[in-house]
Structure formats: structure tokens, C-alpha cells
Design a protein around this ligand. Sequence first.
Ligand code: AMP
Length: 120
Amino acid sequence: MRSERKAFMADCIFCKIVKGKIPSDKVMEGKHFIAIRDINPQAPVHILLITREHFKNILEFPRSEGMFFEMLSMIEKVVKAEKIEKGFRVVINTGLEAGQSVDHFHIHILGGREMKWPPG
Ligand code: AMP
């Protein structure tokens, strides 16, 4: 691994959460993902699925059946555990223009209120 990438990952807030170096409100753990409550919730339920391994965004996320299967299974488990089956939104902000503020792949699961479309 290149040294600039290692240095970047050492500073990555989600890498620190995954390693338990900074606290988080963890709701679920899988082999490839953890699920935590967002620190600045945009809905009554706002959970982040975060990859244990550092990938910058969805374009870097590996095309691996195991990871993809777990991602979908954990979305379903979170939605059921939080009882938001009747309406929820799954969001992956990618790039500055889309509002991605943490360059470590993660999925927002939002629910518990009415959602508008189109998103802002
Ligand atoms: P995005 O803007 O799509 O990259 O999403 C990053 C999300 O991470 C935002 O919704 C932040 O509120 C959330 N966030 C940042 N730091 C923390 C943290 N320490 N614990 C939980 N959520 C965080």
C-alpha cells in the first residue's frame, strides 16, 4: 500500500470508528460492515452502514458477492429492527458535488418521517 494512502486512512474518521479508536453508537455488526447511528441525524432514524475496510466511494467498492449480499441483508435487518418498513430511503452520496463529506464508503438509511422528492 502506498504511504500517502496509509496516511490518509490513519486520518479517516470512519476507519477510527471501525477500529474503536473513537466512540460510536453501534447498532449492528457484520463481517464486512458495521451500522452506527449518524451523529447529526437528518430523520428520526438515521443509520450509517460503513465498510470495515477503507474504500473511498461506491466506485471503489469491490464487486464481491459476499460484500454485496451482506450490504443488502444488513439494510433489511436495520430497517426491520428500526421498524421503518413502511417508508425509508437508502442514500449513497458520492463526490463533493453530491455532498459526500467523509471519503470512506458508507450508506445512509433514513426513515421515520415523510420524505420529499426530488432530494435537495
Ligand atoms: P456524507 O456527507 O454522505 O459523506 O455522510 C457522512 C455522515 O457521517 C454525515 O451524515 C455525518 O453526520 C456523519 N458523521 C460524521 N462523523 C460522525 C461520527 N463521528 N459518528 C457518526 N456519524 C458521523
